[in-house]
Design a protein around this ligand. Structure first.
Ligand code: FNR
Length: 365
């Protein structure tokens, strides 16, 4: 995790190690792996290590406040739970545990359409801890617009406060670990519960999640015009796509290469961030996910123009290692470390760090 030597022991490294020991190796590979040579997955982490933060001093800023305003949510931490599939493989409580931990931490949870728990049960779990817990629903536009509509309606009825449409997946990524392991289906006893009973599904059964390279901005407009929830686009790396997202009334963009699981030649998320932030020019929130492992990573992203960041694999490590408590530990560690680094950098809050405070590290000796 340090990108040089072995991981420095800490909460995330400890939970990762424990998760690796506990999980079925096939499921570990599914969680940990990337597409192709896994270059983008590795670079997400390494690119942060190539950046340094220049602290500002004597600003009298006091202890930093980590809260942020996001569409449909005032969050206590700028660290959002990124959508990841199949939490039931990590822990018997699955997404319910993740939802309770995120709610307790005051963190926004983006729940995946590929969850092993129905979205209504995910929001109910979150709200059992905090009535105003913010849950956003992630979906892939489906080739049948009726299926997309039914999913969006379910999310709204369940009390989700935003839709996150993932647009970096016209086809499934080619993940060699999963191919080698033959992992292409959920084991018996698990199902993609949000796909149950949708138009076209067998009675009582689920529909496969489909990807389609034929989808376009027209399909996104149809979703936008048919529903009231704000939409964020996830998987935007090109500044022109970010401009289009603003023009199409999107309420946020998430700079992401899908944790390196789609286009392996994609740049590290943090490398793509400044140009997207420039294109958006403060008109809507810009979020980032991919490779965030420390408070320094969070503050670097904030300084480069992000309003908040997402974490994918670290949440799965926590969940697999210690269930709800493990997710809580991941979120607490990242929030506390972020507060610490913000304070060291002379920032009062998450909007404090500025781009001039990020500099490239020199080549290693
Ligand atoms: C993901 N990701 C993802 N994204 C999405 O939009 N829908 C999904 O269902 C999933 N599923 C998924 C499963 C697993 C196992 C992983 C690791 C990732 C991508 C995820 O939202 C996020 O972009 C990355 O995980 C961020 O990178 P890190 O934090 O894992 O480095």
């Amino acid at each position: 995790m340090t990108g040089g030597g072995p991981p420095v022991p800490g909460v995330l490294a400890e939970l990762r190690e424990k998760a690796a020991a506990r999980l079925d190796p096939v499921h570990w590979d599914f969680y940990e792996g990337g597409a192709g040579e896994e270059t983008a997955a590795a670079e997400n982490v390494l690119a942060f290590r190539r950046l340094a933060l220049l602290p500002r001093v004597l600003r009298g800023a006091g202890q930093a406040d980590t809260s942020v305003d996001l569409p449909g949510a005032r969050a206590r931490t700028p660290v959002v739970v990124a959508p990841t599939a199949f939490h039931g493989l990590a822990h018997p409580d699955g997404e319910r545990a993740t939802a309770r931990a995120a709610a307790a931490a005051g963190a926004v949870l983006i729940t995946s359409m590929a969850s092993t728990t129905a979205v209504a049960d995910v929001t109910a779990s979150a709200r059992s801890v905090r009535e105003d817990a913010a849950v956003w629903f992630q979906l892939y536009l489906q080739p049948e617009s009726g299926v997309t509509d039914a999913l969006a309606r379910r999310a709204a009825q369940a009390g989700c406060t935003a839709l996150v449409v993932t647009v970096d997946s016209p086809v499934f990524g080619r993940r060699r670990r999963d191919d080698r392991n033959g992992f292409h289906d959920l084991p018996p006893g698990h199902a993609t519960e949000n796909m149950r009973g949708l138009p076209g599904a067998p009675p009582g059964g689920t529909l496969d999640i489909a990807m389609s390279p034929a989808l376009s901005w027209d399909d996104l407009r149809r979703l936008r015009d048919g529903h009231d929830l704000p939409i964020l686009l996830k998987g935007v790396l090109h500044p022109d796509d970010a401009r289009l997202a603003v023009a199409e009334g999107m309420r946020g963009v998430i700079v992401s290469n899908h944790g390196g699981r789609q286009l392996d030649a994609a740049p590290a998320a943090v490398e793509a961030l400044p140009r997207v932030a420039d294109a958006v020019a403060g008109r809507i929130p810009v979020l980032l996910d991919g490779g965030v492992r420390t408070g320094s990573d969070v503050v670097t992203a904030l300084a480069l123009g992000a309003t908040a960041v997402g974490v994918g694999r670290p949440v799965l490590w926590g969940l697999a290692a210690e269930g709800e408590d493990g997710v809580a530990r991941v979120l607490a560690e990242l929030r506390d470390d972020t507060a610490h680094v913000l304070t060291l950098c002379g920032a009062r809050d998450c909007s404090g760090p500025t781009r001039d405070q990020v500099v490239a590290r020199g080549p290693r000796a």
